[in-house]
Write a protein that binds this ligand. Sequence first.
Ligand SMILES: NC(=O)c1ccc[n+]([C@@H]2O[C@H](COP(=O)([O-])OP(=O)(O)OC[C@H]3O[C@@H](n4cnc5c(N)ncnc54)[C@H](OP(=O)(O)O)[C@@H]3O)[C@@H](O)[C@H]2O)c1
Length: 271
Amino acid sequence: MTSVLVTGASGTTGSRVAARLAERGVTVRAAGRSSATRFDWYAPDTHAAALAGVDRMYLVPPPRDPAPQDVMLPFLDLARTCGVRRAVLLSNSLVPAGGPMAGTVHQAIAEMFGEWAVLRPTWFMQNVIGGHAHAIGIRATSAIATSAGSGRAAFIDAGDIARVAVEALLAPEAVNADPILTGPESLSYDEVAAILTETSGHVITHTRLDPAEQPAYYEALGVPAHTARFLVGMDAVVASGVEDRTTDVVRRITGTPPRSFRDFAVAEFRS
Ligand SMILES: NC(=O)c1ccc[n+]([C@@H]2O[C@H](COP(=O)([O-])OP(=O)(O)OC[C@H]3O[C@@H](n4cnc5c(N)ncnc54)[C@H](OP(=O)(O)O)[C@@H]3O)[C@@H](O)[C@H]2O)c1
């Protein structure tokens, strides 16, 4: 019987992956420091119990760790020993195999597991709700403040990432690739603000920040300093134009197209 370990199970993608797997009748082990199965990347004594009896796993790296391989590579070894045969890693569109952040783990997964996928989504639509810095800024100031200028990104719904992850975990044929996942269209933050205004009924603008003033702006809103600094780099990427692209991966792997930002916003703000 198929049994899947879902790490980051309380998070944006993991919660959706776990729910969709359960809908498919799969046994799900929801893991994390606050989940049903207590699991902490930095507490190796929690790892074996999380892996016992599972044959597939969805991996969300430890947040904000610049070297997640230090804790994830020993875990991958243990997972193989415990009989896990398929691994699906959440990375991001900017990081190639062997690159920074999850890049080392990305490369290792492709080499260690006969069945694998590394999902590389672009910016999440869910960044404008919940605890993300943009959402905090919107609630506090009715503005989404970036240094991305007129740069565009093909924002993706976390639900679509989860749909791809579930197929990557369950389909008879493993993906064995590292696809870039995008929404259906790329949007500037001006366009994002316009859609949020139209769907929420509140005027939300895009404030164009100078990169030098951006960390202080967000720190004043209570965003942690490392996150505020991280946003500057991310906005520079969007400003450069490299995220102005779409792929057909969601449709190809799931059979249905990804949700548009407008449909996401309507569901969030009009329901
Ligand atoms: N936001 C974006 O636009 C974007 C775009 C592309 C890629 N990504 C990638 O998405 C990933 C984040 O995924 P997400 O949004 O699904 O997660 P998330 O909502 O940020 O939640 C993080 C999850 O990790 C768990 N966690 C935190 N510390 C942990 C620890 N020490 N040990 C075990 N689990 C721990 C948390 O649960 P507990 O606190 O209960 O442990 C939570 O379930 C990042 O790697 C990021 O690079 C994000």
